[in-house]
Design a protein around this ligand. Sequence first.
Ligand code: PLP
Length: 428
Amino acid sequence: MTHWQSLLQFDQEHIWHPYAKMPADTPAIGVAKTQGSIITLSDGKELVDGMSSWWAALHGYNHPAIQKAMIDQIETMPHIMFGGLTHEPAIELAKRLIKLTPPPLQKVFFTDSGSVAMEVAIKMAIQYWISLEQPQKNKLLALKNGYHGDTFATMSICDPDNGMHRLFNSTLPQHFFAPAPQKGFDIDSDNQDIAEFKTLLEKHHTEIAAVTLEPIVQGAGGMRFYRPDYLRQVRELCDEFNVLLIADEIATGFGRTGKLFACDWANISPDIMALGKTLTGGNITLAATLATEKISDTISQGQPGLLMHGPTFMANPLACRAASSNIDVLLASPWQENIQRIESHFLNTFHSLKSLPGVADTRVLGAIGVIELERNDLGETIQHLAVQNGVWIRPFGKLIYTMPAYNIPADQLKQLTEGLKTAITQAL
Ligand code: PLP
């Protein structure tokens, strides 16, 4: 048995992977190294990365400027507790986030994963209403097909009918769910969806602390894009009915849809915004929850006045430094042109797949390409074929999707879409 064979056997028998059995039915694929948009496997085979490590690696892997910042930070101070102490990496990152996100968002809470950023967002919203002596406003209004993480509070606002967390339904707090917004970024909608959303708010707003949603792109709940006008109307209704709006920009933040934040498509500002995944460019785990001054002031003036959350690795300096460097690299790059280039390429190449029997839909927004199949049992086969064709993707049910690094070279982008198309055609 080779060194890698024994490692992979151990992995299969002892280490849980995301949403996986123990031991796993099939061994995971060993990765030896990464560079740019190339993943080198343990057997030396190279794959073009179509996933950006689940949205995160905006500039590909091992970006020299981010690596340099991280190495410098490791040598200076990789970690220090944040209770009672502070440091330049956290302050510098908070300054950038306040400058880039919509102006009312002025206060920053750092956590270590997207799910926890959403937990903090939910806590902030509930504590806000407790501070205003309206503790009955402790429910959330979420959207069907939404996905916000795997912790208990976040599972409770994921689509209850979506198979992923159904198992836990009986143990989760009960919230309200509006129908998913009608699918389609550019559609002319009859607004039935927003009418139903409004009816729920009218009926239950005295119990609702906040609306939670993924702006413009519903990710793991179906890779669905919806029109900015829906989001704009949600903002207006939240104001009308005195309910906070929490925008989960964990996947969409920092450019993925073609705007810096997906909320920008509707020119709206949420009361609370969660960032994660993309924040460090996929280099190290970090997330942030931003809130308005009105929320922080209200919480501070209430009882006990403290925001009751404080993770051990809060504002880890290494992660904060990586995030600031990631943002600097992004802003210094022609990211909008890069995303347009990917969008046009996806539109051109996926178009021909639409007419294939077995393909239900193809859709593209910014640097996100989705091919929705009619069957939901081909994902593994397509993934296997894609790997044979030199491409890394991770299908989800009937959804075959890709979101590459913004700076993926043209030849690798072509390789990615060719490999994907071939895999799908072979499988169908
Ligand atoms: N919110 C959205 C929109 C996500 O896509 C994800 C992850 O897929 C999360 C929250 C949870 O983030 P994490 O996996 O870092 O906990």
